[in-house]
Design a protein around this ligand. Structure first.
Ligand SMILES: NC(=O)c1ccc[n+]([C@@H]2O[C@H](COP(=O)([O-])OP(=O)(O)OC[C@H]3O[C@@H](n4cnc5c(N)ncnc54)[C@H](OP(=O)(O)O)[C@@H]3O)[C@@H](O)[C@H]2O)c1
Length: 325
């Protein structure tokens, strides 16, 4: 089968299209023909081994391979079709259209993928194409996790800092669904797209600091590692909640103090990517409440261009690789 492999860490030049052995499912696994995979910021970070938060480096290097990648096929978020099932699997049958995530075992940049039938997998929403469905699990699961933890009440004011990315575009839609008044913060080219997703207000971070505009908010969901913790906490109303998806050590330590010594709450988390939450997303998508935002679809052979597009941040939504038709 064809797959995009990377056998060393580095620039987009390490990504190569190769013929590799087609995997064979074990008794508790399913074999999936991958139709589409999201090209994520995290894929680019794992490829280059450069992260916005420095402490990620060591645990991830130990997990992913010290000298070179232990698992050479990137890709953790996908949509595809079940083409074989192991003898102990009853949850899926051949022909099921599914979407989901592989976690750190990756492998979705290849034509076929074997995963445990207990992985975070759900039948594809019936109103999405494979490309659209592949754009859901990363952004949707992370945004849903954090928006639920924020305990948003109707009419509350919510800032999504880094709103134009995979997670942020879902966070804007979910916060609106929860009844919030949403301020999206990102670069100016993303304003129209974010207003279409329901943002009530927009702040171009290249022109203005949302944490210095004399406004106070009930919730700040922050995906920007370099943002100022002190300014964010000062911008919260009493009983406000600050949530960060990209926690530096400094922010983690400060979070503990904030939650202990004030009426504000600071939360850092690595979102567990759970099947029940993926099922909730599927239902919301089928009910027409939320939708993935696709910036561009690239063919598998264009993977280098896709990564450059993600890394240079000119995209207006999620970037998807078409793996097989
Ligand atoms: N905690 C978790 O469980 C978890 C899980 C997955 C990912 N993450 C991390 O969360 C981050 C967001 O993920 P993602 O996939 O949504 O990334 P993404 O798609 O790259 O989105 C990040 C967005 O933030 C914008 N941005 C950059 N600098 C900014 C600033 N100073 N102020 C406001 N916006 C800014 C970017 O726009 P421009 O660059 O165009 O300006 C981009 O639109 C990533 O760093 C990822 O590693 C955390």
């Amino acid at each position: 089968m064809k797959a995009i492999v990377y056998r060393q860490y580095g620039s987009v030049d390490v990504l190569k299209l190769e013929d590799v052995a087609k995997p064979i499912p074990k008794s508790d696994e399913i074999l999936i023909r991958i139709h589409a995979a999201e090209a994520t910021k995290s894929d680019c970070e794992l490829r280059s081994f450069r992260f916005p938060v420095a402490w990620f480096w060591l645990p991830l290097r130990l997990a992913m391979g010290i000298r070179k990648p232990r698992r050479p096929i990137l890709g953790s978020y996908f949509a595809g079709e079940v083409v074989a099932v192991g003898k102990d699997v009853s949850r899926f049958t051949v022909g099921d259209a599914i979407f989901g995530c592989t976690g750190l075992s990756m492998g979705a940049y290849g034509e076929y993928l074997c995963v445990s039938a207990t992985a975070t997998l759900v039948k594809k929403p019936n109103n999405l194409t494979y490309e659209e469905a592949a754009a859901v699990p990363l952004g949707g699961l992370n945004a849903l996790h954090f928006m639920r933890r924020a305990n948003i009440q109707k009419g509350e004011t919510v800032v999504i800092n880094g709103a134009g990315g995979s997670i942020g575009t879902f966070a804007v839609q979910l916060a609106k669904q929860m009844g919030a008044i949403v301020t999206a913060v990102d670069s100016g080219i993303k304003e129209d797209m974010l207003r279409q997703q329901g943002a009530d207000h927009f702040v171009d971070y290249q022109k203005q600091d949302f944490a210095e505009n004399d406004q106070a908010y009930d919730v700040i969901f922050d995906m920007v590692a370099a943002s100022s913790y002190t300014k964010c906490i000062k911008s919260l109303k009493p009983k406000g909640r600050y949530l960060t998806a990209n926690p530096t050590v400094y922010k983690m330590l400060r979070s503990l103090w904030t939650s202990k010594l004030s009426d504000k709450t600071a939360i850092f988390a690595l979102a567990a990517e759970r099947e029940d939450e993926l099922m909730d997303l599927k239902k919301m998508i089928e009910a027409g409440e939320i939708r993935p935002v696709i910036g561009r679809v690239f063919e598998m052979q264009q993977v280098r261009e896709a990564h450059v597009h993600v890394e240079t941040e000119q995209r207006l939504g999620t970037v998807v690789l078409r793996i097989t038709q």
